[in-house]
Design a protein around this ligand. Structure first.
Ligand SMILES: O=P(O)(O)OC[C@H]1O[C@H](OP(=O)(O)OP(=O)(O)O)[C@H](O)[C@@H]1O
Length: 183
């Protein structure tokens, strides 16, 4: 990754106190999207480690993934498929393949759904997201890919906070670790 992008990602990131009643700070990545040079650089930087494995499609979970996934797909010259979280009350129309994640970073088991007509045998899937913490949601997306007969080739994330064994097992490549970000 270009050193300038790494520096800008760190500068533009914030930890935010959500206010009374909250026991922890939450990440604010909105500065990454607001900065034109960073927005333009993110897609190519995310997909760089995966060009050699020739993904045919990018799949990303809602909702921040819907922003980053198309940037990565555009950089690769492939299409984008949304992994919906119907728990938000919006169920996509048509046949779907579902998976439920193990407990994620908030302890939630997240239901994810992908439209069957957009994923199938022969697809080599790059999963793209802003932040991977436990990789619970990544595992659910990989399960959907496998169910559809597609092959998950890896995951590109801006931040990877997984233990090294998980990073290796799931073939995650990230631009930063949480340790790179300001305390
Ligand atoms: O590694 P995990 O423990 O699975 O957690 C990582 C996921 O959690 C966040 O999404 P979130 O569900 O908060 O949705 P958001 O994109 O709407 O913030 C993040 O964008 C990843 O998708």
């Amino acid at each position: 990754m270009p050193a300038e992008l790494s520096k800008r990602l760190v500068e533009l990131f914030r930890w935010v106190d959500p206010g009374p009643g909250s026991s922890h700070l939450v990440s604010d990545t909105s500065g990454w999207w607001r900065d034109p040079a960073t927005l333009a650089a993110l897609g190519p930087a995310l997909v760089a480690p995966f060009r050699a494995v020739r993904p045919t499609v990018v799949v990303s979970p809602a909702v921040t993934g819907f922003l980053l996934g198309p940037l990565a797909a555009t950089a690769l010259g492939v299409g984008f498929v949304a992994a919906h979280k119907p728990g938000d009350g919006r169920l996509p129309a048509g046949p779907l393949t579902w998976a439920q994640s193990p407990p994620d970073f908030r302890g939630r088991r997240v239901d994810l759904a992908v439209r069957d007509r957009h994923l199938g045998p022969g697809d080599r899937v790059l999963v793209v997201d802003d932040w991977v913490d436990t990789a619970a949601q990544v595992r659910a997306v990989y399960q959907i890919c496998t169910t559809r007969g597609a092959e998950p080739v890896g995951t590109a994330a801006v931040v990877d906070g997984c233990p090294p064994t998980v990073t290796k097992e799931l073939r995650i490549a990230a631009l930063l670790t949480p340790a790179d970000l300001p305390a």
